[in-house]
Design a protein around this ligand. Structure first.
Ligand SMILES: Cc1cc2nc3c(=O)[nH]c(=O)nc-3n(C[C@H](O)[C@H](O)[C@H](O)COP(=O)(O)OP(=O)(O)OC[C@H]3O[C@@H](n4cnc5c(N)ncnc54)[C@H](O)[C@@H]3O)c2cc1C
Length: 470
């Protein structure tokens, strides 16, 4: 492991940053250093020495040129909703927040593309394209508060991944600034492109360690005309999991299939301040279907309904109006926020397995939870195999928690890898999971990642200490 050592942001560097971005966009007061020391990951905080809010790619080029020559670490940041510590400045230095670069530059109806700056809130981008009858499907549950640049850097997913894929399936091109201050443009508005290595896809999910994303070209699709959502209660989690496997096996591709087990209900209810429907159930499935033909959608709903009933569903509530749909999803949507505000200390896992194996994974999670006496809450994207597990400290003594949580986490990751899965589906490695990366990818593959990092960033100034140690 390479030992990293950096210089501090001294008064001369601070003055030069102020000259680049203007004094009103550069900060080193306690309040701002504290505010930009964390994201939404529980228990992680490192303070930067300076916070810069640039307004253009030119400023970012000058900032990185300066930081690279002065050997000062730079941590890019979107809107700080990350769940793996990616935007937390482990080595201090400069936090480079993209929040002011939030213009939607163009919606190109002829080419079905949008061009945007990285700081725009994902939900606002979606609303703008939907007003043109177009659709940008990736929908992280945080879409009202995260940025599209953060989504690109994390390769964010969402519930609609089952039918429409994730961020990586919509990014056509990226403008970026490399750690030495040079800018490059990858991809473009073209549908086909094999001109050189696919650097666009390399940057997606690179967690701000290779380049700063300054402009993004996104592919859009026509907005589906009809949508309906089903809330389905079950008496056991296994029945719900089996339903998902059968829906997929029947070659029906819903837009989304999410699940929540009973343990989650109370937490969600406390947060949204009302009781959930079917709160006596052991688990809920939330299923979205969409399409352009009403009749075909009805038929799909009937087929899905039969599969649900065959597997033990004791009711099916169908929502077709926007208020009903929003009400149905409210509990699921705010689960992370609920855990952060009311859950006490917890660890969040984001494992993914081939979707047919979800029932086995759920059993393993229950077994590990009992073995280590750690209360587990399980919910997530059943339709694409991605399960979120929250492991709560609860009443456990500090020393027991410290010991058991490490063991429980490690065992669950081992089981996941054994089942052909991955240790993170959408939240990223960041700081939180880097000690488990080699277990999942093997040392040869991690070494290839290190070499790529060295090629982009020989001085390791861009988001050092994330994903793997150098
Ligand atoms: C309640 C809640 C629900 C969530 N639900 C989901 C979900 O369903 N699916 C999902 O995938 N995630 C989810 N997340 C996690 C998080 O919202 C996503 O990872 C999101 O993509 C982060 O965006 P951000 O703008 O907040 O980025 P930040 O947290 O600010 O940064 C995330 C990473 O991206 C890098 N980065 C940010 N902007 C740039 C840029 N312009 N150039 C280069 N690097 C950059 C940072 O260095 C960091 O490594 C959820 C989080 C919360 C709190």
């Amino acid at each position: 492991m390479k030992r990293l050592s950096f210089n501090k942001v001294n008064s001369s560097v601070f003055r030069r940053l102020s000259e680049i971005s203007g004094p009103k966009a550069v900060f080193n007061n306690e309040e701002m250093r504290d505010k930009y020391s964390r994201d939404e990951t529980i228990g992680l905080s490192y303070r930067p020495e300076a916070v810069v809010l640039p307004a253009s790619q030119k400023e970012i080029k000058d900032i990185l040129l300066l930081a690279n020559s002065e050997n000062i670490p730079v941590t890019p940041r979107g809107l700080g909703t990350g769940l793996s510590g990616g935007a937390v400045p482990l080595y201090g230095g400069i936090v480079l927040s993209l929040e002011r670069m939030n213009n939607l530059i163009e919606i190109d109806r002829e080419n079905l593309m949008a061009v945007t700056e990285p700081g725009i809130i994902t939900g606002q981008l979606q609303e703008a394209v939907e007003a043109e009858n177009l659709f940008y499907p990736p929908d992280p549950a945080s879409l009202e508060s995260c940025s599209i640049g953060g989504n690109v850097a994390e390769g964010a997913g969402g519930s609609r991944a089952v039918r429409y894929g994730t961020t990586k399936d919509y990014v056509q091109g990226i403008d970026m600034v490399l750690p030495d201050g040079n800018a490059i443009q990858t991809g473009g508005k073209v549908v086909k492109d094999v001109t050189g290595y696919n650097l666009t896809q390399l940057i997606i999910g690179s967690e701000g360690t290779l380049a700063v994303v300054t402009r993004i070209i996104l592919r859009l699709i026509p907005l589906p005309r009809f949508r309906m959502d089903l809330l389905v209660p079950y008496s056991s989690l296994e029945e719900a999991a089996r339903t998902v496997s059968e829906i997929i096996d029947a070659k029906i591709v819903p837009t989304a299939v999410e699940f929540m087990e009973r343990n989650c209900f109370e937490l969600a209810e406390n947060h949204i301040k009302r009781k959930l429907a079917y709160r006596d159930a052991a688990a809920h499935l939330l299923i979205t279907l969409d399409g352009n033909h009403e009749k075909a959608l009805e038929e799909k709903r009937n087929l899905v309904g039969k599969i649900c009933e065959r597997n033990g569903a004791y009711d099916i509530f169908v929502a077709t109006t926007r208020p009903d749909i929003e009400r149905m999803w409210e509990g699921r949507k705010y689960l992370f926020e609920a855990a952060n505000t009311d859950g006490g200390l917890y660890k969040s896992l984001d494992v993914v397995v081939p979707r047919s194996i979800i029932p086995t994974l759920i059993n393993k999670i229950q077994m590990i939870s009992e073995k280590y006496r750690i209360r587990a809450m399980t919910f997530g994207h059943a339709g694409d195999g991605n399960v979120h597990v929250l492991l709560f400290k609860g009443e456990l003594a500090d020393d027991v928690w410290e010991k058991n949580i490490e063991r429980a986490q490690k065992q669950l990751y081992k089981e996941t890898v054994h089942l052909g899965g991955k240790i993170t589906a959408e939240h990223g490695i960041g700081l939180l999971r880097k000690s488990y990366l080699t277990m999942n990818l093997g040392s040869n593959q991690v070494e290839v990642l290190r070499q790529l990092k060295r090629a982009f960033d020989p001085n390791s100034i861009l988001n050092p200490g994330k994903i793997f140690d150098l």
